[in-house]
Design a protein around this ligand. Structure first.
Ligand code: GDP
Ligand code: MG
Length: 345
């Protein structure tokens, strides 16, 4: 999963990137954006590691994408800059509350910039389709082009109304017609209110919630300062500054919520591995997350809940309690499941 850290210049995207990834972004690459990795803290994973004592541990990881900042009111360049974040699976907009920026106004401005960027790519395609439809073509081909045109016109109408495409159910034709655009306004999005200190303005969070945006707040710059202190000073300083829950943990919780992620695990004496999966996914999709071979040669999944395993103390006891499941391709994988995929290729 790749999270685009987005927003206007000077909002603290690069600071957040450094806080989460531990790497200072290379300024010479800032016009292209850069990717770093953050590990997902997970108590259940830590318990599984203590239980299985594997040689290798692989916690879940998320790619972070520090993206070029937008400029207020600069439509042409913003659309171009936004093009870079199309490959993100979700967006976190950073807002400089520490600078007195109004969160709702800035969240709306960002939505408008994304709407314009989406309108540009979809509009270009519509023009091309209309030209193609004027040329002589076999009827079946024309039908296909007309279907695509209809799908894209639906999208353009929404965008022209100032609406985003987030959460709108798409038909198969609409999905197919828009897939290659990776529409920005369709991506799950959250807001990070970058505050001056540990004081959080709950009203700002509620105001964003009221316009459908999940937000968290935290002093990104201050947390980075604390992170750079010698380890023995960190706790004391964090306490003095009133820093309780870290931005990392708040952000990841919100990201899991907006992207509807769950975590499942594969465990043996060699490795304990945490994997991310969209809620509602099947055993076959979980297998495909691990390796395409496992999906291709899928025979069955053996599944138990981590909670049952840790509570009862062994796989044998889980089986004795009738809580061990042998499942087919379609079975739903739940948050916290430990699974083994049996396969043959
Ligand atoms: N006071 C304060 N300054 C911050 C904070 N976060 C970032 N800054 C400063 O704001 C400026 C822009 O931050 P940067 O992360 O480069 O923003 P970007 O343009 O969004 O990548 C830098 O001078 C940072 O030191 C913060 O939480 N508090
Ligand atoms: Mg930056």
């Amino acid at each position: 999963m790749k999270i685009g850290l987005a927003g206007y210049q000077g909002s603290g995207k690069s600071t957040l990137f450094e806080l989460l990834s531990g790497h200072k972004p290379d300024v010479s690459k800032s016009h292209l954006g850069q990717v770093g990795i953050t590990t997902v803290p997970d108590e259940r994973f830590d318990k599984l590691v203590a239980f299985h004592k594997p040689k290798k541990i692989s916690p879940a990881k998320i790619d972070l994408f520090d993206t070029p900042g937008l400029m207020k009111g600069d439509n042409t360049h913003n659309a171009q800059r936004l093009g870079i974040i199309r490959e993100s699976s979700a967006l976190a907009q950073v807002i400089a509350v520490f600078n007195g920026v109004d969160p709702v106004a800035e969240a709306r401005a960002f939505e408008d910039d994304m709407i314009l960027a989406d309108l540009q790519v979809v509009g270009n395609r519509i023009e091309k389709l209309k030209k193609d439809l004027l040329k002589p073509r076999p009827a079946t081909e024309k039908d296909e082009l007309n279907a695509e045109l209809g799908a894209l016109e639906f999208v353009v109408n929404k965008l022209n109304n100032g609406e985003t495409l987030r959460g709108i159910p798409f038909t198969e034709v609409q999905d197919k017609a828009t897939k290659s655009f990776a529409l920005l306004t369709r991506k799950p999005k959250m807001v990070v209110l970058n505050t001056a200190d540990s004081t959080v303005n709950e009203k700002q969070i509620a105001d964003l919630k009221a316009i459908g945006i999940t937000a968290i707040a935290g002093p990104v710059g201050l947390e980075l300062e604390v992170a750079s202190l010698p380890e023995e000073d960190r706790t004391l300083f964090a306490e003095e500054m009133g820093l309780t829950e870290s931005c990392r943990s708040k952000l990841l919780r919100a990201i899991f919520e907006i992207t509807e992620q769950i975590t499942f695990y594969t465990c043996d004496e060699k490795e304990v591995h945490a994997w991310l999966l969209k809620r509602g996914s099947s055993a076959l999709e979980a297998a495909g997350t691990i390796h395409t071979d496992l999906a291709r040669g899928f025979i069955r999944a053996e599944v138990m809940s981590t909670d049952d395993l840790l509570r009862l103390g062994s796989e044998k006891e889980v089986k004795a309690a009738g809580l061990f499941r042998t499942e087919g391709k379609e079975a739903l994988i739940r948050d916290g499941d430990e699974i083994v995929i049996r396969f043959s290729v």
